[in-house]
Design a protein around this ligand. Structure first.
Ligand code: NAP
Length: 325
């Protein structure tokens, strides 16, 4: 018997990059999935979900918006589990409060309040980010290992105007506080920059970081980021949901590398492509650091190597005609 047979779970923001893979793997495991989207009539948001194996029998679409109070009440009612993945993932915006912070913080509170109203909900999986761990004032150097005990300082992020990071850190704080106070079991996923094949037809923010390197950009960012494959992220969500002994946060990161190294890998893989070989500034390269894999391993995650993830995302771009190679 499959692990999800007879179980109903909700995935918020189901049309998104990570959530689409979560939905795919949940359907594969036999779950009935209640998928929330803002506009179920938009084929670009739902067609790829409706085509998934098992969707005809076990996928139900619901309209819900993070910013509407009570929007998730009816869909969560009767669910065994909730995967709260919806959040605005934007790096260009006019007003961080309304575009990023409110959907993340008010939206998350809205979803967890709906969970509290449904006694059927046995566990909530919150999609957070490694951004909620990295910014605590401690230096990050190649010997430093970031792990689940690291927490970003939201005051620092506010002062620095790091709005996405601030929104995710605040959202994780409100979610864990509310869920703890209301005695609702939860786990938190803290993925690094997520790449790999796209199921959805439209480009998402983290995929765009790689696409930018393939579309004629002359420079790369002076930044060292952690990277992880979207399939590992989705699997970790479901393993953490199913494993009764799972608890707390899970850092999900295969490797931290600087863009100079990432572009070297891409150049070796695609020698005919124009990949930038100049850094965007003259400052010393931002240092790398490590992210602990120990806790993720307890979920059975053996991370897909970054080289493979890059290959997969570039092939996906080709297939979707985002690049002509
Ligand atoms: P994505 O493809 O942009 O998906 C985000 C989803 O959130 C979209 O489906 C969107 O729904 C939904 N959403 C946004 N605003 C909403 C609102 N007001 N009401 C309801 N839904 C709303 O992003 P992703 O990369 O898959 O990210 C998914 C989650 O993982 C986010 O919580 C993100 O912070 C986290 N994360 C992502 C990465 C990464 O590198 N990708 C890394 C760490 C953590 P519509 O389709 O209806 O617009």
């Amino acid at each position: 018997m499959k692990s999800g047979e007879g179980k109903v779970v909700c995935v918020t923001g189901a049309s998104g990059y990570i959530a689409s893979w979560v939905v795919k793997f949940l359907l594969q495991r036999g779950y009935t999935v209640r998928a929330t989207v803002r506009d179920p009539s938009n084929p670009k948001k739902v067609d790829h979900l409706l085509k998934l194996d098992g969707a005809k029998e076990r996928l139900q679409l619901f309209k819900a918006d993070l910013l509407e109070e009570g929007s998730f009440d009816s869909v969560i009612q009767g669910c065994h589990g909730v995967f709260h993945t919806a959040s605005a993932v934007l790096f260009v915006f006019d007003d961080p409060q309304t575009q990023l912070i409110d959907p993340a913080v008010k939206g998350t509170l809205n979803v967890v309040k709906s969970c509290a109203k449904s006694p059927s909900v046995k566990r909530v999986v919150v999609t957070s980010s490694i951004a909620t761990a990295l910014y605590n004032g401690a230096p990050r150097t190649p010997e430093v290992v970031v792990d689940e005990t690291w927490f970003s300082n939201s005051d620092f992020l506010w002062e620095q105007k790091m709005w996405y990071q601030y929104a995710k850190t605040s959202a994780e704080e409100v979610a864990t506080k509310f869920l703890t106070e209301n005695n609702i079991d939860y786990v938190v996923m803290n993925p690094a920059v997520t790449i790999g094949p796209l199921l959805q037809p439209e480009l998402n923010g983290s995929s765009n970081l790689v696409l930018n390197l393939l579309n004629g950009s002359e420079t790369f960012m002076n930044a060292a980021f952690g990277w992880v494959n979207v399939k590992d992220v989705a699997n970790a969500h479901i393993e953490a949901y199913e494993d009764g002994s799972a608890s707390g946060r899970y850092c999900l990161c295969e490797r931290v590398i600087h863009f100079s190294e990432l572009t070297n890998i891409l150049r070796r893989m695609y020698p005919t492509l124009q990949i930038p070989d100049k850094c965007a500034d003259d400052k010393p390269y931002m240092q790398t650091f490590q992210v602990s894999k120990e806790k993720a391993k307890t979920l059975g995650i053996e991370f897909i190597p970054l080289e493979e993830s890059l290959k997969e995302i570039v092939e996906s771009f080709k297939e979707k005609k985002f690049v002509s190679l």
